[in-house]
Design a protein around this ligand. Structure first.
Ligand code: SAM
Ligand code: SF4
Length: 332
């Protein structure tokens, strides 16, 4: 199992497959001035498969596809099929805004996808339009229903909480866990990329301490659920009698860097060593220069170096974050 220089076991690779999206969430993508990667710069399905094979050879077991919006990749089913067929891949999940899941849920399940995390900031259609822009609550909800019916479970909903947008909607989201065996998780805003979304993420930040208080004031006290996986980025709770789980992902108020088990691969083929730092190692060059001989070992070596060089933690509280990329260019 790969360990970094702080003895953390790194066995989870998050793979961004596109930087494009069909939404424009206020804290993630500005409405203007975006420049997307040209197609030849994206790793192909076959190149992604080669990276995953190398990752498995050094002990990676968990994989997630993300973006941008990963369902916009025309070859998404092929990517899932290729990864799911690799011996040693223990878990393959997808993070999505679910707008296209009514069509894709069943084929994705058949291709070998285990489960999905859906990004939905509110159950109030007006808040969704204001905060996530371009999409509608109904379409996302239909996508969630189709995914559950297809067996892409347990359903995990991720809501990013932003002051002046959805901080009052967290109770309704949490209430979903009373009737459904879903995980509803609240994420604190993080400023990435230095642009207008980063400054909004600072100005509109809401601590999960406050979000939890808001929920408990209406739904009653929550009980913490002991972590079954030490690297789970969420601290999980349940309300008495609830079927589901309420999670808090609190990179700012309660950093979990000490148990981080992640490596990230960007859509243009860079290992991004930590979400909240800029350090990267190029893998695309090695993939494209290779004639096949000893390639897996060469890619594995780059990955092992990326693991060894992973930073210990972030510096958000000192006002430093990732500058060179925004969230949609890394994948969360
Ligand atoms: N489009 C997919 C989605 O929204 O789930 C996948 C990519 S998105 C970049 C991955 C995650 O990043 C989402 O859960 C989203 O809410 C989160 N995210 C985006 N910008 C963020 C920010 N500034 N702070 C915290 N989380 C953010
Ligand atoms: Fe798109 Fe996801 Fe970013 Fe929203 S958070 S703009 S859905 S990539």
């Amino acid at each position: 199992m790969p360990r970094d220089s702080f003895n953390r076991e790194i066995n989870y690779l998050r793979i961004s497959i596109t930087d494009r999206c069909n939404l424009r969430c206020v804290y993630c993508m500005p409405l203007e001035g975006l420049r997307f990667l040209p197609n030849p710069e994206l790793l192909t399905a076959e190149e992604i498969e080669r990276v995953v094979r190398a990752a498995v050879s050094v002990g990676f077991r968990k994989f997630r596809l993300t973006g941008g919006e990963p369902t916009l990749r025309m070859d998404l089913l092929e990517i899932v099929e290729r990864i799911a067929a690799i011996d040693g891949v223990g878990d393959l999940a997808l993070t999505t805004n679910a707008l296209l899941m009514t069509k894709l849920a069943r084929p994705l399940k058949a291709a070998g996808l285990s489960r999905i995390n859906v990004h939905l900031d509110s159950l109030n259609p007006e808040t969704v339009e204001r905060q996530m822009r371009w999409g509608t609550f109904n379409r996302i909800w239909e996508g969630v229903m189709a995914s559950e019916a297809a067996g892409l479970t347990p359903i995990k909903l991720n809501a990013v909480v932003a002051a002046g947008y959805n901080e009052g909607d967290v109770v309704d989201l949490a209430r979903l866990t009373l009737e459904r065996d879903w995980h509803v998780r609240f994420i604190e805003l993080m400023p990435l990329g230095g642009g207008e979304c980063a400054s909004l993420s600072i100005r509109r930040y809401v601590s999960n301490i406050e979000t939890r208080r808001r929920i408990e004031a209406v739904l009653g006290p929550m009980t913490e659920i002991a972590a079954s996986n030490v690297s789970d980025e969420a601290r999980n709770y349940s309300i008495a009698g609830a079927r589901g789980v309420i999670g808090f992902i609190s990179p700012v108020s309660e950093p979990y860097c000490g148990t981080c088990n992640r490596m990230r691969l960007t859509a243009d083929g860079k290992f991004h060593l930590c979400l909240l730092n800029d350090n990267e190692l190029d893998v695309r060059k090695a993939l494209r220069a290779s004639n096949g001989d000893g390639e897996r070992e060469a890619i594995a070596k780059i990955l092992e170096r990326a693991v060894a060089e992973k930073p210990t933690g972030h510096h958000l509280l000192e006002g430093r974050s990732t500058q060179d990329r925004s969230m949609y260019q890394i994948g969360g």
